[in-house]
Design a protein around this ligand. Structure first.
Ligand SMILES: Cc1cc2nc3c(=O)[nH]c(=O)nc-3n(C[C@H](O)[C@H](O)[C@H](O)COP(=O)(O)O)c2cc1C
Length: 208
C-alpha cells in the first residue's frame, strides 16, 4: 500500500498543514502493515513551473507520441505522474493562500493534469485516464471559509474537485482546520476537534 503525501505549506514541518496531514497519513498507515509513505514536500523540493517545452508538447495539434519526452519539465511531469499513478491513497496537505491553493500546488497540478497522458479530449469533454483512488485533502486557513462565520470565498475546494476530477480522481475527502489566525488557543481547539473527528471517521468510513 503506497501513500503519496503532498505537502504545500511554506512552513513545512512547522506548519499546521503538516500536523494535520500527518494525522491522516498515520491513521492510514496504521491500517496497513506494509504501508509505504512517499513524501513530496513541494516547497522543499522547489517544484519548477511548467516550461516552454512542456507547453509546446501539450499545445501541439498532433497527438503527443512521447517524442518530446525528456525535454524540459516534461521529465518532471513524467516523474510526478508516475508517483501519482503508483499511489493507492493520496494525502494532500494545503493551506489556503488567497482563497485558493498555494502556487506550488498549482504548479504540481499543471504537471499532472496533462492532456493525452492523464486525461483525454472526447466529443463529450475531458475524460480522466487515471484509476480513481481515495484522495484525502487537508485544508488549513487563517480565517474561516465554511459556516456562519465565513467572511471569505472558497475557491480552493471547488477548484481541487474539478482539477482532480479531470484526471479521474473523484473520491476526495476533505478535512479542514479553520480560523487559526485567532491564535494559539484556536490552534489547540482545532487540533483537538479534528483529531476526534478523524478518529470517528477512520473507525467508521475509511477502513479499506
Ligand atoms: C500568501 C498567503 C496567503 C494567505 N491567504 C489566506 C486566505 O486567503 N485565507 C485564509 O483564511 N488564510 C490565508 N492565509 C493564512 C494561512 O492559510 C494560514 O496561516 C494557515 O494557518 C496556514 O498554516 P500553516 O502554515 O501552519 O499550515 C494566507 C497565508 C499566506 C502565507
Amino acid at each position: 500500500m503506497k501513500i503519496l503525501h503532498l505537502l504545500a505549506s511554506p512552513r513545512q514541518a512547522a506548519s499546521n498543514t503538516w500536523w494535520l496531514s500527518r494525522q491522516i497519513v498515520e491513521r492510514l498507515a496504521a491500517q496497513h502493515a506494509q504501508a509505504e509513505v512517499i513524501l513530496r514536500d513541494l516547497y522543499a523540493s522547489g517544484i519548477a513551473h511548467v516550461d516552454a517545452a512542456y507547453a509546446d508538447a501539450l499545445g501541439s495539434p498532433v497527438a503527443f507520441d512521447g517524442s518530446d519526452a525528456g525535454q524540459g519539465t516534461l521529465t518532471l511531469s513524467d516523474r510526478l505522474i508516475d508517483e501519482l499513478e503508483q499511489a493507492d491513497q493520496v494525502v494532500i496537505g494545503t493551506p489556503m493562500h488567497n482563497y485558493t491553493v498555494p502556487s506550488v500546488l498549482k504548479a504540481w497540478i499543471d504537471h499532472v493534469v496533462r492532456v493525452r497522458r492523464t486525461f483525454a479530449i472526447t466529443p463529450d469533454g475531458k475524460a480522466g485516464l487515471l484509476r480513481d483512488r481515495p484522495v484525502h485533502v487537508v485544508v488549513v486557513s487563517g480565517g474561516r471559509f465554511t459556516g456562519a462565520f465565513a467572511r471569505q470565498p472558497d475557491f480552493l475546494t471547488p477548484y481541487l474537485k474539478v482539477a482532480l476530477a479531470t484526471i479521474g480522481l473523484h473520491d476526495l475527502r476533505f478535512t479542514a482546520m479553520e480560523g487559526l489566525a485567532a491564535g494559539a488557543q484556536a490552534v489547540r481547539n482545532e487540533r483537538e476537534r479534528v483529531a476526534m473527528e478523524l478518529d470517528r471517521q477512520f473507525s467508521r468510513r475509511w477502513q479499506t
